[in-house]
Design a protein around this ligand. Sequence first.
Ligand code: NDP
Length: 277
Amino acid sequence: SSKAFYSGSATDRPTLLPEFSLKDKVIIVSGGGRGLGLVQSEALLEAGATVHAIDLLPVPAGDSEFAKVAKRAGKLGTSLTYHKLDVRDVETLNETVEEIAGKHGHVDGLIAAAGIQQETPALEYSREDVDKMMGVNVTGVFMTAQAVARQMVKRKQKGSLVLIGSMSGTVANRGLICPAYNASKAGVIQLARNLAAEWGEHGIRVNTISPGYIVTAMTAGLFEAFPERKRDWPNANMLGRLSYPSEYRGAAVFLLSDASSFMTGADLRIDGGHCAW
Ligand code: NDP
């Protein structure tokens, strides 16, 4: 039976290999209120982690997807907690992360998924909009990683940070008018490599996951404006389709667990083999 593959006692999470377990790990997920961040949070909970989501959205209602995931977490014997917070508010960010680490005595990982997207032709982009994009997608991600790494260094513990980049951080997309977004994601990928180089001596690993097009609220907005993208974009990868948030669950668990203990400074592109037509 499939039970034969599970390791450990009944209280352990069922995992194929023990090194994929996140049992007893405390993980913070920015942008964990919805979309990719919430789907990845659910996977971390299933792998045994305690998860703290930080997000700009109002506190999720009782019938929200977030609340459903939190309820399932309780059944799994772990927990999903919500913190309403803007990652640009560095003071509150630091206080919140310190409070989380203090409560559990440790913090073991981060997924930095909070991000924004804006389509505007480059000739029309305003200074304010570029600043906002960089403020959330680069500075916000940097400060979140710093807040978490500070707690790890202070507590002399190792950990794993996963920053969400994008395939748009390394390729230019014709038909997607996002110069500032793409520049910000290139920034995230290079930021991760440099944090990895600097924090390796503390046993802190830093990697990026760079997704291709995912069907979430973010892309729904892009499809509304230009319906032909629904036809064209699936042709821009080797599998001929868009992706779903659930296809990024395994990578999150892998990178945050001991299964990836020798992996750092890497950009894990999960883009269906993005390619020219
Ligand atoms: P969503 O917009 O569904 O989720 C992003 C979450 O981040 C939202 O809940 C949003 O809140 C929150 N957020 C935005 N700004 C801040 C802030 N300043 N402080 C705290 N939280 C904030 O997007 P996705 O789930 O699609 O995207 C998740 C990540 O994946 C992003 O970094 C995105 O760039 C990246 N990505 C997405 C792709 C896609 O095709 N969808 C492709 C490649 C990468 P609010 O809604 O209130 O703004």
